[in-house]
Design a protein around this ligand. Sequence first.
Ligand code: PRX
Length: 663
Amino acid sequence: MLNIIRKSSILLPITLISCVMTKNNFNPLKNPASYQKEYNESLENNNAFWLKQTSILDWIQPPTIANGSDFSKSTDVKWFEDGKLNACYNCVDRHAQKTPHKTAIIFEADQPGKTIHITYRELYEKVCQFSGVLKALGVKKGDVVTLYLPTIPETIYAMLACTRLGAIHSVVFAGFSATALASRIVQAKPRLIITTETNSRGGKTFSLKKNVYEALKENLLNKNNTVEKVLLVGQSLENKNTDSVSINIKEFNFESLSKLTQPVYDYAEMCATDPLFILHTSGSAGIPRGIVHSTGGYLVYVALTHKFVFDLQENDVYFCTADIGWITGHSYGVYGPFANGATTVLFQGTPTYPDASRFWKIIDENKVTIFYTAPTALRSLRSLGDDFVNHASLESLRILASVGEAIDPSTWQWFFEKIGKSHCPIMDTWWQTESGGVLICPLLKQPQKPGCAAKPFFGIEPRILHEVGGNPEEKEALWIKQSWPGLAMGVWGDQQCFKQSYSSENFYNSGDGAKIDEDGDIWVLGRIDDVLNVSGHRMSSAELERAVISHPAVSEACVVGYPHDIKGQGIFVFAIPRNNVSIQSEHLCEGIKQNIRKEIGPIATPDVILLVSDLPKTRSGKIVRRILRKIVSKDFENLGDTTTLGNPSCIETIIMQVLNKNK
Ligand code: PRX
């Protein structure tokens, strides 16, 4: 029941606190002196600094308190706690009032030639219509709604409609398998799932609805089902599937329902500390965790970072290539750009379909000025030769940016010269699902240091600390002192896990290694925990190992990352076959591969699988991943002390097998 709502009307604009920052074009990231002045101010008067920045949004009730977080208490990440607002109003209504004819979304479908322009006025109508359908399905403030949808406009309508009603969306990346979807549904406990029949990516069609019903059946079997309804957006297939009937789930079609329902022009009044969304990510543990972001703090942080880091101007055309199913898609594909009233390109496809000129064509055809992508995409495009780029003009580009992993100097140079024509700064943005938005990035000024994320954003106080009691071979760790508005509020349903994993005294542990150079610039060196970064996708060793061990012919397994030319890190699986099971090696390897694809999805398909008879273990029987990481990286000289192992003799055999595998 929408009992706490505000009315928004295009014809009758309501009076809220007006937005100051978006009118002001001053960007302190453009100049070292202004950066330093603003940065010092942001740390010295942290609360006053952040309260001032809240004017980037329109508030129903502006906050008077900034940071109420306390890392020493489990549940206390609290920003702007007395503020009240609605995120959808900030992303849609206020722009539909001020700039109704401005393009909000330029949608580039997987198949080229199907560009669609959606204005802020149209976005408003679509979101209100979607809200009407959700309301008719019983969605109300505080409910969780799972979205298993691709990068299409309907996903944005659905996210913003949830936000409008005060419901919490939980988007699951459409490339995840039915099993991975099932476990995320169990954690989030939604009553409604929104999906579509199929997704088209790279010219291939993937069935999403089928996965939803498989996931629901799996959860029903395990007596773990909370879902009552499925809402289908987009075209439905003729042959209606009977799955929903067999498992007693009600299936609805958006098109039909929208004809029977009234749009919702009201929006819920939300506290700044109310959850905005849940997004699952991988930590060191074997089970993904649902990171929860807040309504007020998160939106202030992504709006401000989006405006400054990309130096957003009124007429920019901004293109973020990330899939909506990941945090970059949430923060800089949806909430940041829409909070700022930007024009954003939404791309459903892949960089290499129909060929490796797709990004460059999208940039030229839409006169893109800001281009935000991932190093793995750039490496893969570069490996296919420069012909695809040489035919493009790319003259509209002004700012380039990258995220997901450190960008190696050679790829950086290619990006700078070939794509940016040596005049666009490259914003190497370091951040994480938990951080909500960018924490470290360079200044918008040249010369830049290739591969160096460089400077903390305002209000961010990084510290490079040696991990006491940590692994002696590990690099120094990157911690952040205090809290910032974009920091996640916790893990859905497991607050203790958030505290244990991330906060220590008044520090946030990023899990990344880093070093600081003589200019005080920060270089991020990659994860130092058991988390892999494969093509910019985060996955834990433990999660992958669970999938390997679920094969009945495997007794033990260990999964580590190794340097990979395109993906950044490849997945290397060590598996010990069970003695009493007779199965051919090729069949076992294929079975392991299929198990991983089933449990997680194709993005986790291993690059190498090695069947071994033993793995290096401590005397207490714990597998020593550190040694295997060194072996697969061919760093045989630095295996460290192996004499304390329970079975040191296995190392030589494993090295021989790894070398043979690479022949
Ligand atoms: O290891 C860092 C790497 O990606 C991790 C966060 O992954 P995820 O939560 O999936 O978010 C990715 C998108 C923000 C970090 O712990 N990472 C991300 N950006 C960079 C990076 N490593 C180095 N440089 C970056 N610019």
